[in-house]
Structure formats: structure tokens, C-alpha cells
Design a protein around this ligand. Sequence first.
Ligand SMILES: Nc1ncnc2c1ncn2[C@@H]1O[C@H](COP(=O)(O)OP(=O)(O)OP(=O)(O)O)[C@@H](O)[C@H]1O
Ligand SMILES: Cc1cn([C@H]2C[C@H](O)[C@@H](COP(=O)(O)O)O2)c(=O)[nH]c1=O
Length: 225
Amino acid sequence: MSRPGLFITFEGIDGAGKSSHIEGLAAAFRAQGRTVTVSREPGGTPLAEKLREMVLNDPMDALTESLLIFAARRDHLRNVIEPALARGDVVLCDRFTDATFAYQGAGRGFDLDVLSTLERLAQTGLAPDADLMREPDLTVWFDLAPEVAAERLAGARVPDRFEAQPVEFFRRVAQGYADRAAAAPQRFARLDAAQDRHRVWQQLTSVFVRKGWLAIMVASQGGPQ
Ligand SMILES: Nc1ncnc2c1ncn2[C@@H]1O[C@H](COP(=O)(O)OP(=O)(O)OP(=O)(O)O)[C@@H](O)[C@H]1O
Ligand SMILES: Cc1cn([C@H]2C[C@H](O)[C@@H](COP(=O)(O)O)O2)c(=O)[nH]c1=O
């Protein structure tokens, strides 16, 4: 019997530790016989990856940034996410629309109502139910103090336009995530991302075990190297 697709997103400020765990989680789902699509935003299609390069590197105002991000998102939904969900895949996506509300909304101070309008335009009319606005089934929020994230990233790579922002920007972004989580507590799972990698992995997999999406045996075997 085919299983319904699952759309799972990973959120948090830069350096919170999301990427360190996504492949491990994909392996855990595959070990249970699920087909997994791993992707990221902005990005995930050739067009969206081109838009990502611009958003991360070229100077622009917050409206331009938001329009490009939602354009990338629609292309990603049309060509990758919706087809994968229709096949019954588990889709693991490094960031989605909560990032737009946190970074462009809370971080840059851009109008949240305009973002909600763009969200509805970009995320509706693609699923089998034409009226459905696609949203994640679960959003895992790696919650970490901006000062700790900055320490983790220091010297790790050349900073992009976002990573180069001051710590005050990331305080606003972190508050943006907290507001999103408070508004949708059923969808969000908060992890204490200040713990070491192994403990973060344990927190992460226990969320999926509690939901009945991963077996305890599979969850306890994987994890960070
Ligand atoms: N629990 C942890 N404790 C200490 N360091 C960690 C932990 N998790 C990840 N790191 C390190 O912190 C840095 C950032 O991790 P990672 O790239 O996974 O974060 P991210 O949330 O995906 O960041 P970004 O969104 O900016 O790509 C990496 O150098 C990684 O090795
Ligand atoms: C989806 C999305 C992303 N951003 C920002 C957040 C990050 O700084 C970068 C992506 O880099 P990562 O290393 O892949 O996490 O883009 C944003 O500002 N708004 C968004 O909607």
C-alpha cells in the first residue's frame, strides 16, 4: 500500500546546525524503505539555484529579495516538491517559508501582510487540491542563541549577504522564528540546538519517533559522525 508523502522543513538562524543532520535523517527514512527527496531553499531547481546566487550575493532591497525568494519557491514547488509528495516521498527541505517571515519579515523589517499575500500566490494551485496552500507537515526549528551560532560560523566559510549581518539582525530573525512557532505550535518542533551534535540528533529523532514516522531501532542507529 502506498504511503502519503511527508513535507518536512528545517529552520533556524545561520549556523544553528540544520544541515549537519538532514542527510542522517534521510538515511534513517531510507532504512525504513521510504524514498526521500532532499532539497533546500532558496534553490532546489536550476532556475531557483540561479535566483539563490543573486539573493545571497547581489545587493537589493527587501521587496526584490522577497519576490525572488517566492519566485524560486514556486518553481521549486512545481518541479520538485509537489511531484515528490505526489509519489509518496518524504521531502526534507533545508528552509522554506518560515525563513522568509523570519529573515525578510523580522530581520529586514519587511511588511508581513505583503509576505502573506506572496505566500498565498506562490504556494497555491499546485497541489492536487487546487485550493490548498502548500505548507510543511512538520517544521523542525533548531533554536540557538545568535552569539553561539556566530562562534560556530566564525572562519568556517566566506560569509554571504545574510551571514555577514550583525548579531542584532540574527536576534530579530530568532525572534521571528519564535513568533512563527508560537503561531503554529502543532506544526513546529523546537530543538535545543545548543547541545552537542549527538544530543541534538537524539532530540531530532525522538520527534519523528513520537509522530510514528521513524522506528526507535532505526532512529537509535544513525546520527552525526
Ligand atoms: N551541535 C553542534 N555543536 C557544535 N557545533 C556544531 C553543532 N552542529 C553543527 N555544528 C557546526 O556548526 C557549523 C554550522 O552547522 P550547519 O552548517 O549544520 O548549520 P546550518 O544551520 O545548516 O547553517 P546554515 O543555514 O548557515 O547553512 C558547522 O561548522 C558545524 O560543524
Ligand atoms: C529560504 C530563505 C533563506 N534565506 C536566507 C537564510 C540563509 O542566510 C540563506 C540560505 O543559506 P543556507 O546556508 O542554505 O541556509 O538565505 C532568506 O533570507 N529567506 C528565505 O526565505
